[in-house]
Design a protein around this ligand. Structure first.
Ligand code: NAD
Length: 296
């Protein structure tokens, strides 16, 4: 069994580490949030006071952090992963971050003699809890293969994407599609209600019809239809609007650099920005429905 260092025990990192513990690994976890650390400890993670204690002597280090700036700070800072890990330790960043930050981490890690992969995930909190995430992994072939063995207890699908940063590229494109699907699901749900359809009947139809999507089946924004929806819980976050806005912003930045028009994506980003401007950035992104039904 392996010793795993883990930085970032939030909505995703918490349940992901719980599955590694269940698989018999020792997980040394660190997070800036005391609440996140306490929740992970309750699942068997060994809490440590800093990055150095998490990474020293580990077989592998995972990071699950909000944005590129956090990942850069955690890897490249004076007290960071590269300063304290041994070069035999495999490094896996599962955060969703911009391609430039991912490239900078690959380069800095390689300069110091580390093996590093970008390995973002899809599947949401429900997939993290169930151990059924999809991992998309970019990096040198041997490192990708070695990372796969550690990832297995957390994943249903582990898909190598090619060289450095291709995991992030896949994730950014996937999430562009996800958030457009979420926005379209919110519009369909509100219109169905106003046309007099029962909410469950409409969901039952759409989920076996051509309007189906992961957003519909996992994040349906009308309360009381599916168990995994944040709408059941006053939009307590499973995926914050801030992070959704970040992800769609990553797609828009990548589109600009490749001269790709994303007219629908840009419009959905404006909707997330409106939620943030109204003080709802910390709530679940499925709250986008409130911009359609007029309750915000
Ligand atoms: P989160 O905000 O719940 O968790 C991130 C954690 O990182 C927080 O607990 C925060 O305290 C911690 N952190 C930040 N800076 C730190 C530092 N310097 N040292 C230690 N800890 C630090 O976010 P999340 O929902 O778990 O998402 C994490 C990443 O996974 C994001 O990039 C997100 O886009 C991606 N993601 C999220 C989901 C989802 O459904 N929530 C799904 C797939 C991918």
């Amino acid at each position: 069994m392996a010793t795993i260092g883990w930085i970032g025990l939030g909505n995703m990192g918490g349940p992901m580490t719980a599955n590694l513990v269940k698989a018999g690994h020792t997980v040394r976890g660190f997070d800036l949030s005391a609440d996140a650390v306490a929740a992970a400890e309750a699942e068997g993670v060994t809490a440590v006071p800093g990055i150095a204690d998490a990474v020293r002597g580990a077989d592998v280090v995972f990071t699950m952090l909000p944005k590129g700036d956090h990942a850069r700070a955690v890897y490249l800072g004076d007290d960071g992963v590269l300063a304290h890990a041994e070069t035999s330790t495999l490094l896996v960043d599962s955060s969703t971050i911009d391609i430039e930050s991912a490239a900078a981490l690959h380069e800095a890690a390689a300069d110091k003699g580390f093996r590093f992969v970008d390995a973002p995930v899809s599947g949401g909190i429900s997939g993290a809890k169930a151990g059924t995430l999809t991992f998309m992994i970019g990096g040198e072939e041997g490192a990708v293969k070695d990372a796969t063995a550690f990832i297995e207890p957390m994943a249903r699908n582990i898909i190598p994407t090619g060289g450095a940063t291709t995991g992030q590229a896949a994730k950014i494109c996937n999430n562009l599609m996800l958030f457009i699907n979420l926005a379209s699901t919110a519009e369909g749900a509100v219109l169905a209600d106003r046309l007099g359809l029962d909410k469950q009947v409409f969901w039952d139809i759409a989920s076996v019809s051509s309007g189906d999507s992961w957003a519909l089946r996992t994040w349906y924004p009308v309360p009381g239809v599916i168990d995994t929806a944040a709408s059941n819980n006053d939009f307590a976050p499973t995926f914050t609007t801030e992070l959704a806005n970040k992800d769609i912003g990553l797609a828009i930045a990548a589109a600009r650099s490749t001269d790709t028009p994303l007219e629908i994506g840009e419009h959905v980003q404006q909707l997330f920005q409106r939620l943030i401007d109204q003080g709802e950035g910390g709530k679940d992104c499925s709250m986008i429905i409130k911009l359609v039904d007029g309750t915000l």
